[in-house]
Write a protein that binds this ligand. Structure first.
Ligand SMILES: [Zn+2]
Length: 382
């Protein structure tokens, strides 16, 4: 017991400074901890036992029903961000101009939003699952319906375009495209600028579905440690930028410059999506953006993300969430724009995504919880 406590304490104090180093050299991480081979052995044994037992897939919300919108169908573009921390958004009070475009648009930026986890592989499946941060379980998430499955089952046309490293199982049962696998001058070594998502959206919107629709765009966003690779051209506003993978070797201002340029790139991406949706005549459109987790940029010697939640600093868990809707969407859903704007300080989390998407598409099921639907308090009664 004492051994575990000591090991944890040493790990906790040293992890901060070593996080950046370890992420670059994953193999070293396993060599550094003497208990690692034992844990790895147990983990491998557990995995091979699991692999032999076929998992039954659990269909959730089989009672779900939904009324198709009358008139123009509804379109929600959901942008899943990467590594964006809330306090570096000008919309949330950051003193630098990191939202030059969104700050001129009628968006609502929710300021008190927390993530489910501190890493993509945890947060992404969690936010789409009915489970909350308190009871989230990875294997249960993999073997049961997520909110996109439920929407699709009720006749919503769902699709996923990925410019990250995959959808972590969330898009397994819906049409999806992995853009980073395609040849494009904006891609290098399997990573592309998020602009490729704009082309994908434009392409997708050319094919009409006739039904209500959700399109998920999964960004590379501010993925580190090479923040400078996440922006180009006009988005490179702040300089000089850190260009070293070992962030601790850079001046902190250079790290922040490179990171903030990636937020500017995200600002332009979101503003361009809104511009595409404003020109939409086939749908009443809206956009919801939220990040998967935040990022440490050297505060107290901590870099990147992925710390266990109980000890993770707010920089890794405090995330941006931004909402925009067209006049047509507002009229058809009776969602009160003033009410939405006034609720920007309402505490929200990834737990709200599942129920908010069900609410946005008017899905009726016993699984739906109104208290976790971020739109519910701003909808006028029918
Ligand atoms: Zn992530």
């Amino acid at each position: 017991m004492l051994f575990i406590v000591t090991l944890t304490a040493v790990g906790a104090t040293q992890y901060a400074e070593l996080a950046s180093f370890f992420r670059n050299f994953r193999a070293v991480k396993h060599l550094a901890l003497p208990v690692s081979p034992v844990i790895a052995g147990v983990s491998l044994a557990a995995k091979s036992v699991k692999a032999q037992v076929p998992h039954e897939f659990h269909v959730l919300a089989s009672d779900a029903t939904r009324q198709q919108s009358t008139g123009r169908p509804k379109l929600l573009v959901l942008v899943v961000g990467e590594t964006a921390r809330a306090d570096h958004f000008q919309l949330n009070g950051y003193p630098r101009s990191t939202n030059p475009l969104l700050s001129k648009l009628p968006v609502v930026s929710f300021r008190q939003v927390s993530s489910c986890g501190t890493a993509t592989a945890h947060s992404v499946p969690c936010m789409f699952s009915v489970m909350t941060r308190d009871n989230y379980d990875e294997s249960t998430a993999k073997t049961s319906s997520n909110v996109l499955d439920i929407l699709q089952a009720t006749g919503v046309a769902a699709s996923w375009f990925d410019n990250n490293s995959g959808c972590k199982g969330v898009c397994d049962r819906i049409p999806s495209e992995f853009l980073f696998q395609q040849p494009d001058p904006r891609c290098k070594d399997g990573q592309c600028l998020d602009d490729v998502l704009l082309d994908a959206l434009a392409r997708a919107l050319k094919s009409r579905t006739g039904s209500d629709r959700i399109i998920v765009l999964h960004q590379l966003g501010s993925h580190g440690p090479e923040y400078f690779k996440r922006s180009a051209g006009q988005d490179k506003v702040f300089g000089p930028e850190c260009q070293d993978k070992q962030l601790q070797l850079c001046d902190r201002n250079e790290i922040v410059n490179a990171y903030d340029n990636s937020i500017i790139a995200t600002d332009r991406l979101l503003a361009s999506i809104i511009s595409q949706l404003q020109q939409q005549e086939d749908y009443n459109a809206a956009m919801l953006y939220l990040s998967d987790h935040g990022e440490s940029l050297g505060e107290n010697g901590v870099y990147l993300h992925g710390l266990p939640y109980f000890m993770a600093p707010a920089e890794q868990t405090h995330i941006p969430l931004i909402w925009w809707m067209s006049n047509g969407y507002q009229a058809m859903t009776k969602l009160n724009a003033d009410c939405m704007a006034q609720s920007h300080s309402k505490p929200l989390s990834h737990d709200h995504l599942f129920h908010s998407l069900l609410g946005a598409f008017g899905v009726q099921t016993g699984l739906y919880q109104k208290s976790l639907d971020l739109f519910s308090s701003c909808k006028a009664a029918d």
